[in-house]
Design a protein around this ligand. Sequence first.
Ligand code: SF4
Ligand code: SF4
Length: 225
Amino acid sequence: MSELISALNRRGVNFIKTVDISMLSVKENRGYSVAILIGIVLSEGYIFRLSKGNIADHSEFGGKEHLVNELADWTADFIITKGYKAFAQSEKNLLNGFYDETTKTTPLPHKKIAILAGLGWIGKSNLLVTKQYGSALCMCTILTNAPLPIENRSIIMPKCGECTVCKDICPTGAIHGSTWEPGMNRDSIVNVYHCNGCLKCLVNCPWTQKYIDNNIDKQNECRKG
Ligand code: SF4
Ligand code: SF4
């Protein structure tokens, strides 16, 4: 595992979590017992530019989404060379029969694996929100039967409170403002057919803004020092 972690970190992955998924239905886990979640964080400078400039710029988001998908494929290949089974839930693999175009769903979303890892909660935006980075993350997952150490944590319930920033800022009215709870239907939270992918909910979430404020403060302190 340490060899894999080092290799992924060198390639730009910021966090890796491994969780037991054997308790899930076969439809979800497809017979695999472990899921690996890999994530790349969006830079504070990029988020800052999007939020202050009110501009549509998918360059870094698109680039990091592409990279994390490629690294999921790379991880699956790495595990297979070690003699285990692995399946990367990369976009290209999911589009090959595991993505329902009509409902825009996959059997086991990356977010569900992130929740099992205790990485964050599902916000009113229907995005994963974390204390450390807000929603400024690109994630992908790999399913495997490799005997990896597992890190399942308790489910974190939403910490959105009375906030409605994402609902209020959404230009298409896609976000309903509902608070997530386990088992809740996605459609009760967001109308994915109305979402235009503008990233405003991601960028303007107070938890994402806290991430950039913390890091910009740290950078200023370094410059002063
Ligand atoms: S990405 Fe844009 S359109 Fe989609 S839910 Fe978020 S704010 Fe609304
Ligand atoms: S903007 Fe507010 S309501 Fe929406 S996910 Fe972030 S904290 Fe929750």
